[in-house]
Design a protein around this ligand. Structure first.
Ligand code: UDP
Length: 328
């Protein structure tokens, strides 16, 4: 039986699919390629399908025996979601509900869902626990939380079991340098700092230097994309084993300020990086740090690349070998 990876040609999807292939799982990639890259597909079967296309999706489920779905297909930019909420609701909620409908028709009862730290909004505790209040401060977080709630009801009504993984800041690239992060436009901190180090952009802007943190810049919990990928495999194994649903945070439990990330990147690359202090970016909480104790305890998750310099090193390797991303 196969595992369907929706959004499999995207950043986290492609890293997860590769780990599944390495575990000899039968992998089906599904991606509409609006953000994903065909060259990130490393094996298995590939379907270029949009989750909103019900008929095409039904065909995928008819042609394959799908045991479980891992769903990464979503838009994920906070700022864009504030300006274009309908686009986010249509794609992140509408498309996932469609997927659930087709899963229910086909009798597929396991789903691992990409959720986010943005479901919490301003944290009430540091580190954040799964049981903490969820009050998103932007449409992106709202759409992810809406799907989490739909999953809860789909579990009750149809017995579809789910694991929602609330990621903190995904970063880094596959250790082989074969696949990595390639967004257009790029908005994420580590790839942008690397672009500044490699001379692809002139400088890196720090968004806000007056936050109530040790150096005034935002603090985030960075997690290596392969460690994230492995958590999805543990989640599938959990669903196979005990048929119960769950929500888990995924981070390293350690916060780094924007200035610290720039400093580590300077050390790792040995290159000068021009820094500009800029205004705050709308919707950014000052500090986001995960407690991942629950997934460690319940699923035995154990990050292999927890060190920030290792995360930056793997990203640097990818950026050096793929200066134009997948368009090499
Ligand atoms: N950030 C920044 N300059 C940039 C991009 C991001 O200072 O050019 C900051 C951003 O304000 C946030 C942190 O870096 O505090 C991580 O941002 P990113 O977009 O990578 O991830 P997010 O936290 O939005 O998921």
């Amino acid at each position: 039986m196969a595992i369907l990876v929706a959004g499999g040609a995207g950043y986290i999807g492609s890293h997860t699919a590769l780990e599944l292939l390495e575990k000899k799982e039968d992998v089906i990639y599904l991606d509409n390629l609006t953000k994903g890259h065909k060259d990130a597909v490393m094996g298995g079967k590939f379907y270029q399908v949009d989750l909103l296309d019900t008929e095409a999706l039904r065909k995928v489920f008819r042609e394959n025996e799908i045991e479980a779905v891992i769903d990464f297909a979503a838009f994920s930019l906070v700022g864009e979601s504030v300006n274009e909420p309908i686009k986010y609701y249509q794609n992140n909620v509408g498309a996932t509900i469609n997927l659930l409908k087709v899963m229910q028709e086909a009798g597929t009862k396991k789903i691992v869902f990409s959720s986010t730290a943005a479901t919490y909004g301003e944290p009430e505790n540091v580190p954040i626990l799964e049981s903490d209040r969820t009050e998103p401060t932007n449409p992106y977080g709202e759409t992810k939380l809406a799907v989490e709630k739909a999953l809860k009801w789909a579990d009750r009504a149809y017995g579809i079991k789910y694991v929602s993984l609330r990621y903190f800041n995904a970063a880094g690239a596959h250790i082989s340098g074969k696949i990595g992060e390639d967004h257009t436009p790029e908005t994420h901190l580590i790839p942008l700092i690397l672009d500044a180090a490699l001379g692809k952009r002139e400088s890196i802007s720090i968004f806000g230097t007056d936050y109530p943190t040790q150096d005034g810049t935002c603090v985030r919990d960075y997690i290596h994309v392969t460690d994230l990928a492995n958590a999805h495999i543990l989640a599938v194994e959990k669903l196979r084993r005990d048929h119960t649903s769950a929500v888990y945070n995924l981070g390293n439990g350690k916060g780094f300020s924007v200035r610290e990330v720039i400093h580590v990147t300077k050390e790792v690359t040995g290159l000068p990086i021009k820094v500009i202090e800029a205004e705050r970016r709308a919707g950014d909480p000052a500090v986001l740090i995960a407690s991942s104790d629950k997934i460690k305890k319940e699923l035995g998750w154990n990050p292999r690349f927890a060190d920030l310099s290792t995360i930056v090193e793997t990203a640097f390797r990818w950026h050096q070998s793929h200066p134009n991303g997948y368009e090499n």
